[in-house]
Design a protein around this ligand. Structure first.
Ligand code: ADE
Length: 234
């Protein structure tokens, strides 16, 4: 599952530049029985299977490095991934992501092994693998030297608390749709002000929950006052 995802984009770049290392481990390699069984029936229930604690504890103990590693269980019950969490994860020496499967994971993993649980959103995936890949991709962007141009992470959506400004490329006109003229003005200040206005406008319209007046400059607040507070996508 991981080979394809990690062989492109930001993660590949981080791997190529030797600023990130990824290991994928199979829980079955940490079983001790003939059938290499990683799951079992739940106590007190009839349906489904639950991942057993022993292979998970053993796997984490085997791969954990001395001197600082953080262990997270991917689960819909966790702290929701956002740019702040991605940045925190990128600063760790080693993170161990435990991918849940089947109906659940023995609770002793979350309670006594993991430092925390991470969710990538309020929906249930069939396993933690896709979620782990999302976490790695989002965190890799914050490893110094991974994202090409200085400042491009800083300008990303959510960095600085608001969404990204709109981008355009050639042609200047496509099916009658024109690129805003300000972008050809050559006036950097004007372009910056336009971008900031558009970013604020988009955030106010589409994600008003992100707009925290305390975090905005007086100029931003002035720009925002002119923007109607409406949601276009709900
Ligand atoms: N495993 C199943 N659903 C998940 C989610 N939403 N986030 C993280 N891990 C999960």
């Amino acid at each position: 599952m991981f080979t394809g995802i990690f062989s492109g984009g930001v993660v590949k770049r981080a791997l190529d530049r030797d600023v990130l290392r990824i290991e994928v481990h199979d829980l079955r390699d940490f079983t001790t029985d003939k059938h290499r069984q990683v799951d079992d029936r739940p106590f007190g229930g009839l349906e489904g299977m639950v991942l057993k604690p022993e292979p998970i504890f053993r796997a984490v103990e085997a791969v954990r490095q001395d001197g600082g590693s953080k262990v997270y269980l991917l689960s819909p019950q966790g702290r929701t991934l956002d740019a702040e969490l991605a940045r925190e994860l990128a600063a760790e020496r080693q993170i161990i992501l435990i991918c849940g499967r089947y109906e659940g994971v023995d609770e002793r993993v979350a309670e006594h092994l993991a430092d925390g649980e991470i969710s990538i959103g309020d929906y249930v995936l069939s396993g933690g693998e896709l979620a782990a890949a999302v976490v790695v991709d989002a965190a890799a962007r914050f490893i110094p030297g991974v994202v090409g141009k200085e400042g491009s992470v800083r300008n990303d959506s959510f960095c600085g608390g608001i969404l990204d400004y709109p981008q355009y490329t050639r042609p200047r006109e496509f099916r009658g749709l024109k690129v805003p003229a300000v972008l050809f003005s050559g006036d950097h200040q004007k372009v910056e002000r336009w971008r900031r206005t558009k970013a604020l406008e988009k955030t106010a319209r589409q994600r008003p929950d992100l707009v925290k007046p305390g975090a905005l400059s007086p100029e931003d607040r002035k720009l925002l006052e002119k923007i109607p507070n409406e949601r276009t996508n709900k």
